[in-house]
Design a protein around this ligand. Structure first.
Ligand code: 87F
Length: 487
């Protein structure tokens, strides 16, 4: 088909101009902009979530929100502004974070009597209120969650979705009468996070406990799900903290227990952010653009009718019938006549739609359509009658295949090392390093220093007992730990 000049022009700029292998960060920037996921603005470090990425966020959010509600968590909304006196109440909490806090100091021309932080996280404002709400054991457990935006004034370079000054998340803040309940919930929530990654986003995670150095300072302990990306970097997917009684003591939250004694309750906090979208893009994307797992794809199937002047109506009618038969999926029938079929193929590949169905006059004669899958590029004719079954099977298969590929990539990069020499070599080769460690913060600082940025990720829950010495300092090892360069 002949193309207009205008069309040719667009075509030159539509596709990606670099490969993922050769220039990962440029590849990522191009994918995000060309697939219309995000855009930059005049506010440095902040991005626009365009409809396509916001739709992915909504799906992720719905999936997690359902699990939280089923478990008994209720949604709330607390103010965006936190008075300075509140934010600084629990010292350990803000320590180290204070350079990242953005402040409102003025309204119009008048200075505020107390400056207000734009929430970087909501522990303080929520727990100040919890102190009023929690009176007796009958008020517990208190399990609240909010979906909101957060501002942290990062000074490291921004990476869309992964590290921006404003982002979206949910933060759960819960209160229990006993440590046992709190401990159990930390793991329950971490399992939900793992399920979002594994079942929805087709991304395998490592569940474990953070080291003393990497845990949230206000917490007794921090658990996380960690992801290994195909560029050799690791990234924290989400965290679930047991805050112990640290905040209940400083915010004077107490309850009268069954034994008539007044006690400080046990608290948790946990969060999952829009960073997950960036992780998904990096994990599955390829040189043609995005590859979105079917379970989270805003459009799961695109139907492209191959239109000629002759038979146009027949082809469109057949395409519409296919669309109708797939009404339980998110289907888009791309019948725009201003674009050629080839142009549309490229566009939907760039946008990572899992299945493309092509249908032209010759297919109609054969009572079939062509089904193309985005993950493998495989194309095959499918008889009309079998389309529904084939689509169901293919979507399931793509979902599984993406997970499997991601898992293979991680397992290939994983090395267990027992000497510092091996550790250094593995770090240079961008491996996911598994090693025994003493657990000392100072030792981790040294490792980070000597390797130009390798950090501990977590100590997996399913680790064996460490029998041996710390890979770096040679002291008796306390844990098996994952290490990697990270975002
Ligand atoms: C930045 C500025 C001020 C992280 C910050 O992980 C305070 C903080 O407390 C801060 N950056 N944090 C830790 C957040 C802990 C916790 N909050 C609830 C979570 C999950 C959701």
């Amino acid at each position: 088909m002949k193309k207009s000049i205008k069309e040719n022009k667009t075509e030159q700029t539509l596709g990606l101009t670099v490969t993922r292998e050769n220039n990962f960060s440029e590849w990522y920037t191009q994918v995000i902009q060309k697939a219309e996921l995000a855009d930059y603005t005049k506010v440095s470090g902040c991005i626009v979530f365009r409809p396509y990425s916001y739709a992915i966020w909504e799906k992720t959010k719905d999936f997690l929100d359902k699990k939280l509600k089923k478990s008994g968590v209720k949604n709330v909304y607390f103010p965006l502004f936190i008075p300075e006196s509140l934010l600084c109440k629990e010292e350990e909490h803000v320590e180290g974070f204070s350079p990242e806090v953005a402040w409102v100091t003025q309204a119009g021309n008048s200075k505020l009597s107390e400056k207000l932080a734009v929430r970087p996280t909501s522990e303080t404002i929520m727990y100040d209120t919890y102190a009023k709400w929690v009176r007796s054991h009958n008020d517990l457990p208190l399990r609240l969650n909010q979906w909101c935006n957060i501002v942290r004034w990062e000074f490291k370079y921004a990476v869309p979705f992964l590290r921006t000054r404003e982002f979206l998340w949910q933060e759960g803040h819960t209160v229990f009468a006993t440590k046992k309940e709190a401990d159990e919930e930390v793991r329950e929530i971490l399992d939900y996070y793992a399920s979002v990654y594994e079942d929805l986003l087709a991304i395998p995670v490592i569940k474990g406990k953070k080291s003393q150095k990497e845990k949230f300072a206000g917490a007794d302990y921090t658990t996380s799900v960690e992801v290994f990306l195909p560029n050799g970097k690791a990234i924290q997917g989400a965290t679930s903290h047991c805050l112990g009684q640290n905040f209940s003591k400083s915010f004077e939250i107490s309850f009268l227990d069954r034994d008539e004694k007044r006690k400080h309750p046990w608290q948790n906090s946990w969060g999952f952010t829009t960073r997950s979208i960036g992780i998904m893009i990096m994990m599955h994307g390829d040189d043609k653009g995005l590859v979105i797992p079917p379970n989270v794809a805003p459009t799961q199937i695109v139907i492209i009718p191959i239109l000629f002047k002759k038979n146009k109506e027949t082809v469109l009618k057949a395409a519409n019938e296919i669309k109708k038969s797939l009404n339980k999926y998110e289907v888009y029938l791309d019948d725009r006549e201003a674009y050629s079929s080839g142009w549309k193929f490229n566009e939907w590949e760039l946008k990572g739609v899992p299945i493309r169905i092509e249908i032209g006059p010759r297919d109609i004669e054969k009572k079939q359509a062509i089904l193309a899958r985005r993950d493998t590029g495989e194309k095959k004719p499918v008889p009309f009658k079998k389309i529904k079954d084939e689509v169901k099977k293919t979507l399931e298969d793509i979902q599984k295949n993406l997970f499997k590929k991601a898992l293979e990539c991680r397992e290939q990069a994983k090395v267990t090392v027992t000497s510092w020499d091996e550790f250094m070599r593995a770090a240079e080769n961008k491996k996911l390093i598994y090693a025994m460690h003493c657990g000392e913060t100072e030792c981790e600082d040294w490792i980070k220093d000597k390797t130009k940025g390798v950090k501990s990720l977590n100590m997996p829950f399913d680790a064996k007992e460490p029998e041996g010495n710390c890979v770096h300092c040679g002291k008796k090892a306390k844990y098996w730990m994952f290490f990697g360069k990270s975002y």
